[in-house]
Design a protein. Structure first.
Length: 349
């Protein structure tokens, strides 16, 4: 997929590419297809919301009102600016549509060439009509669900779900099951909902702080805190997505450089949990943390794991263009992993 490199800026540190015209339209169509084929489960960011959000970015939606689409070359996804632009436009769509007036009248006046502004307002009307009410993916949102409370034991069990567009340009969802012990959970049940809402704010801050880590490190950080008992941490990530000519490092970058066309999209899943029977690494691109430790460090690490009683699971599924299916399967075979690989054929896009 060809593109136009963004102009360098003294303030910009993120490598970007700006797509326009048919390349921009093809990118959006391909990304929507990739996300549909990925069939993301509840441990990943909302796949439907991602597809609808992305669909608002292409020229078929914005009618040429925007000059192009800026892509983060590290992740292969649109930059933060593009996601927030759509959020703003969707939020304002109803009000702006009321201000633009009747579309048939706009079309008549534009056709008669009364003034260029009527033609532009007609395009705006079509754009805001197309995106109004669309389901959008949150860029930084946390939900805390109270599962149960033991007043006598002063303990409450929560599920925390954090959706975030990270500093890496990738979308992540953290799902954390934990228990918290505190005197607040011994209060009358009629006041429990209000107390829970206030009392979980520090918990929100902690999970946000650890959101750049993997599941195991997040588990260890949270479990080290007084009054917290962690049962499970799951991290689902959308991306990176590599296209030909985009660059990139590691095995995926090498695979793209060698074959020169097509795309490969990765969807890692990372879990640390107390109900896993054993460690399992089914990710050809990432190792378990234990493998990077020295002999001395590994002994201390294993003692910590035994004390906390958790195990680790890593997995990664892929969506690729047809020409890269076999090279990717060979990469997985060399790593002794068995991964889900979905193929998007040319006529399917």
């Amino acid at each position: 997929m060809s593109s136009r490199p963004a102009k360098p800026s003294g303030k910009r540190t993120i490598p970007t590419t700006t797509l326009s015209g048919e390349v921009e339209a093809e990118y959006v169509r391909t990304m929507v297809r990739i996300l549909r084929e990925a069939r993301l489960n509840a441990h990943y960011p909302d796949g439907v919301a991602l597809r609808e959000h992305l669909g608002c970015m292409g020229p078929e939606a914005h009618q040429g009102l925007y000059a192009g689409l800026e892509i983060d070359r590290r992740s292969g996804l649109p930059t933060y600016r593009e996601w927030t632009r759509v959020q703003t436009d969707v939020a304002l769509a109803d009000r702006l549509l009321r201000g633009l007036g009747d579309p048939m009248e706009l079309e008549r006046r534009a056709r008669e060439g009364e003034h260029l502004i009527f033609g532009k307002n007609l395009l705006k009307h079509r754009y805001y009509s197309a995106i109004r009410g669309k389901r959008l993916v949150p860029l930084g949102e946390m939900k805390v669900a109270l599962r149960r409370v033991d007043p006598e034991g002063h303990t409450a069990w929560f599920t925390v779900v954090l959706d975030k567009l990270g500093s890496s340009g990738l979308f992540v969802r953290f799902t954390v099951d934990l228990a918290q012990t505190d005197s607040v959970w011994n209060r009358p049940l009629l006041r429990l909902d209000e107390d829970a809402a206030r009392h979980t704010e520090p918990l929100r801050s902690l999970v946000f702080r650890f959101a750049s880590l993997d599941a195991e490190l997040t588990f260890l950080k949270l479990a080290s805190l007084d009054g917290i008992e962690v049962e499970r941490v799951v991290k689902g990530t959308v991306g990176p997505v590599l296209f030909a000519g985009q660059g990139g490092s590691g095995p995926m970058g090498e695979l793209m450089a060698e074959h020169g066309r097509g795309f490969v999209a990765a969807f890692p899943l990372d879990m640390a949990a107390c109900d896993l029977e054993e460690d399992r690494d089914n990710d050809p691109l990432a190792d378990l943390m234990a493998r990077s430790l020295s002999e001395e460090g590994r002994a201390e690490y294993e003692q910590t794991r035994e004390r906390m009683g958790y195990r680790v699971f890593k997995d990664r599924k892929f969506v690729v263009s047809a020409n890269l299916e076999e090279p990717l399967r060979s990469l997985c075979d060399r790593a002794s992993t068995r991964n889900i690989i979905k193929v998007v054929k040319e006529h399917d896009r």
